[in-house]
Structure formats: structure tokens, C-alpha cells
Design a binder for this molecule. Structure first.
Ligand code: CP3
Length: 342
């Protein structure tokens, strides 16, 4: 079994640097688009055989060191009573966004064994299909990022409604964050039980917050998730974008790996986190549209900054983009393995 990814999460030596790519199963792959023609996005997530087959597509196409279960961060909110659709070209839309403390009080606390059974079954199918080839990563949205979708009703530029809710209804905010924290923990524990060998918590938009607000309104809940998940013994990864000003705070979180975006040098981020963390990242996903020599130079710089230290997982600083050239993805993966060999 290829366990480079799990070893790197635990800061153990590896024969070369492991690599996987956030959103590695997606529209940039012709195999994905072929399946997508036949199903809606949520339908793909909710059919375990389809989700399992899509999870395997990038594993069969490239020499990746980890699989990530094909799902999304938002469907688990449906079990709380949130009404979600994905609209053509618009992304996620929540039709009953949270606007009042009463809306928060009315949210159910679902059992993911019932409301996310499709993803748990997909995990079991993928583990069987992988037969130990590479480890399988499970994931969840983080409480803040989930709250931001639930309140805004979709994506947002400035998270104004979310921040307004936080500032003007602090009690309801804390209740919402506690309900979401319980959801994240229950959901990820169920994924580990189903066979996930590492878990990643996506706090994609928490970087919109000032450190002052992150400390009061978000950090305690991330910590609660991290502390409970650490008890499982599987490696835990916390990822966000635009969080480089928050790195000194993130040091407090009890996770094994921190995901870093491209807006900072990898060695600078690592120095701020200290030696107690593995680091995942941090190539700008748009670099994959560059001619190979430019892409190679940037990949080399990241490897040089990691400097052969134990605990580097090569990844992008955010998800791979829709029209990314497949050939560059293949070359990047091969190059990271070759160039980092000891
Ligand atoms: O990494 C993987 O391959 C696993 C699959 C995965 C998806 N979404 C599949 C997906 C993961 C880990 C996610 C996480 C996710 N989903 C995040 C956090 C990571 C990030 O990118 O910041 C967020 C914010 C979402 C919410 C979401 N889902 C949005 C905003 C969108 C629309 C944008 C888009 O790219 O279309 C999605 C849809 C989505 N999730 C797609 C995929 C493959 C595209 C759906 C399609 O085929 O139309």
C-alpha cells in the first residue's frame, strides 16, 4: 500500500513527497463530464455507486497519493432542514437562508448515519475498490464556512449578512456554531467508522474574518472539532484560504496538518506554525494554465521551500479549476514525485 500521504500527515519520512489535489475529481476531467451529462450534481453525490466511480477517476488517471470521497460540503445541511439546490452556472443556492434566532432554534440535529447514508456507503464502496492502493480522505465543511452558506443563501463577496448576524445576534450565532460543530463531529466520526483514513475540514471562507472575530466567533468551535477528531487516531487536516494573517492563531488548533494557500511562501507559513504541524500546499491552481517551464519552476520553488522536511504534502492552495489542462496535471504529479525523491 502507498502510505506516503498518511506518513507525511504524521511527519514521518517518505520516499518522496506525496501529492493530491483539492477537487481532483471534477469538470476538468473528460471522464467526469461524461458522467455529469447524465446526472445532476446532487444526484451524483447521492448515488453511492456513481460517487464511488467518480472518486476513482483521478486515481485511475494519475499517480495521486490519496483519494478524496466525492461529495460536497453542503448536502449535510439538508438534514438540519436547509433546502439546497445547485443551479446551472450559479453554484449552490439555499432557498430558506437563516435570518433570525428562531430560524437557528428550529434547525434539527441530524444523525448523519441516516441523512448522509449515501456518502458513508460511497466510502465503503471506494475502500473496497481501492483495495489499499492509496488512502481515502473524508471531509466536511467547517462550522463557519457552513454557517456562511446557511446565512447568505449562497456564496458571498463580503459575508455581510454573516458578520451582521454574528455581531447583532451573538447568542443565536453561538447556538448555530454549536449545532454545526456537533454536525461536523458526528459526520466525520461516521466517515471514519465507514472507512475514511484521514479527514479534512474545509473552512474555505474563514479568512474573511479579522483575527479578533475569528478568535471569538470561530476558533473555539474549530478547536472542539479538532480535539474530538484527534481521539479517532486518523490524521486531521484544517484548510482555509486567505488565512495567512491568522496563522499565529491556527497554531492553537489540535490538528495534524494545516492547508496553506499560495498567498504566502510555504517556508514562511511553516515557520509561523512551528514544527508541530505537517503542511499541505501551496501551488496557485491558476499556475496549471501556464506553460510547463513556468509551472515546473513554481513547483520546484515549493519543494525547495519544504526543503525535504518531513510533513510536506504537495497540493494546490485551493481547488483545481474547471478548464485546467489535464496534461499539466499529469506532469505536475509525476514531477513532484521525481524531483523530491531521496
Ligand atoms: O476534492 C474533491 O475532489 C472532492 C469533492 C469536493 C467537491 N466539493 C465536489 C464539487 C469537495 C472537497 C468540495 C468541497 C466544497 N464544496 C467546498 C470547500 C472547498 C472549496 O473549494 O473551497 C465548497 C465551498 C463547496 C461548495 C460548492 N460546491 C460550490 C461553491 C460549488 C460550485 C462551484 C463549482 O465549482 O461549480 C460546488 C459544486 C461542486 N462541488 C462541483 C464539484 C465537482 C462542481 C459541480 C458540477 O459538476 O457542476
Amino acid at each position: 500500500m502507498n502510505d506516503r500521504f498518511l506518513r507525511a500527515c504524521r511527519r514521518q519520512p517518505t520516499d518522496c513527497t506525496p501529492i493530491w489535489l483539492m477537487r481532483q475529481a471534477g469538470r476538468y476531467m473528460p471522464e467526469y463530464r461524461a458522467v455529469r451529462e447524465r446526472y445532476g450534481f446532487l444526484e451524483m453525490v447521492k448515488r453511492p455507486e456513481v460517487a464511488a466511480a467518480i472518486t476513482m477517476q483521478p486515481i485511475n488517471a494519475f499517480a495521486l497519493d490519496a483519494a478524496i470521497i466525492f461529495a460536497d460540503i453542503l448536502p449535510p445541511l439538508e438534514g438540519m432542514g436547509i433546502d439546497l439546490t445547485f443551479e446551472q452556472g450559479e453554484g449552490p443556492v439555499i432557498h430558506n437562508p437563516l435570518r433570525t434566532p428562531a430560524d437557528v432554534a428550529a434547525l434539527r440535529q441530524p444523525d448523519p448515519h441516516e441523512t448522509a447514508a449515501f456518502t458513508l456507503e460511497a466510502i465503503r464502496l471506494v475502500r473496497r475498490e481501492l483495495a489499499g492502493r492509496v488512502p481515502l480522505i473524508g471531509f466536511s465543511g467547517a462550522p463557519f464556512t457552513l454557517a456562511s452558506y446557511a446565512i447568505e443563501g449562497g456564496g458571498s463577496r463580503d459575508y455581510r449578512r454573516t458578520k451582521q448576524f454574528m455581531y447583532s445576534q451573538p447568542e443565536a450565532w453561538h447556538l448555530l456554531m454549536q449545532k454545526l460543530t456537533t454536525l461536523v463531529i458526528d459526520y466525520l466520526l461516521a466517515q471514519v467508522e465507514a472507512g475514511a483514513q484521514a479527514v479534512q475540514v474545509f473552512d474555505s471562507w474563514a479568512g474573511a474574518l479579522a483575527p479578533f472575530d475569528y478568535t471569538i466567533y470561530v476558533l473555539p468551535y474549530v478547536q472542539q472539532c479538532a480535539t474530538r477528531l484527534r481521539e479517532t487516531g486518523v490524521p486531521t487536516i484544517y484548510f482555509g484560504t486567505d488565512m495567512n494573517g491568522l496563522l499565529p492563531l491556527l497554531r492553537q488548533i489540535d490538528v495534524d496538518v494545516l492547508g496553506v494557500d499560495w498567498r504566502i511562501y510555504l517556508d514562511d507559513a511553516w515557520a509561523q506554525l512551528g514544527p508541530g504541524f505537517a503542511v499541505q500546499g501551496n501551488l496557485d491552481p491558476t499556475t496549471l494554465f501556464a506553460p510547463w517551464p513556468e509551472l515546473e519552476q513554481r513547483a520546484t520553488d515549493i519543494l525547495n521551500r519544504a526543503g525535504g522536511r518531513e510533513g510536506h504534502i504537495f497540493n494546490l492552495g485551493h481547488g483545481i479549476q474547471t478548464e485546467t489542462p489535464v496534461e499539466n496535471v499529469r506532469r505536475l504529479i509525476e514531477y513532484v514525485h521525481e524531483a523530491s525523491q531521496i
